[in-house]
Write a protein of this length. Sequence first.
Length: 192
Amino acid sequence: MNLIPSKTNVNTSNTLSQVQTTVGGACNGTALNTGASVPASNGELNSVVNYLMDAFPGIYNSSPADLTVLKQDDTPAYIGHGWEVHVPVIDTDSSYPPRAITGNHQIVGWTRFVITQVLNSGGSCAVPNHYTSNPWDAHCKADKNGTVTGNLPPGWSGQKGIFDYYDCQYSPAPPAPNPGPITATAKLKLVR
């Protein structure tokens, strides 16, 4: 998905550029709001995963150890290190069965997304995150930050991806990345 309004298509260089800008700390947020349309492209962006294999460990290790994502019943789905980002939730036309998501889609809100692991080919994971009952350790070799000894199951050695937890609730507007102006409320003085 492309979050730069001036870019009208989704491609590897646009997406990689956005990720690199964010990792470098120069992200100023997006001018997009709920109701705007954004282009989406089903597919994997190898260069983004390759880049994050090197960039994610620093973000992960410097993050708070108590980032918490709650389930719908308000119990923890995840507590630990990660990269907290906010992403748009798009209307996928409620089609069933699930299908590739391509073309322009309307933003219906924003949600908090905590990236917890990056998986590259050959069962290589970016960080040693062994959170209880996580879905990624079974895809990562023990000598590459996971728990799999021996061979990966058939078809798993070429997998790439980003594992995350996201809030089930969403906000109607994107979060502001910069602090707002200093404000105060007036102090009331009672007079007779």
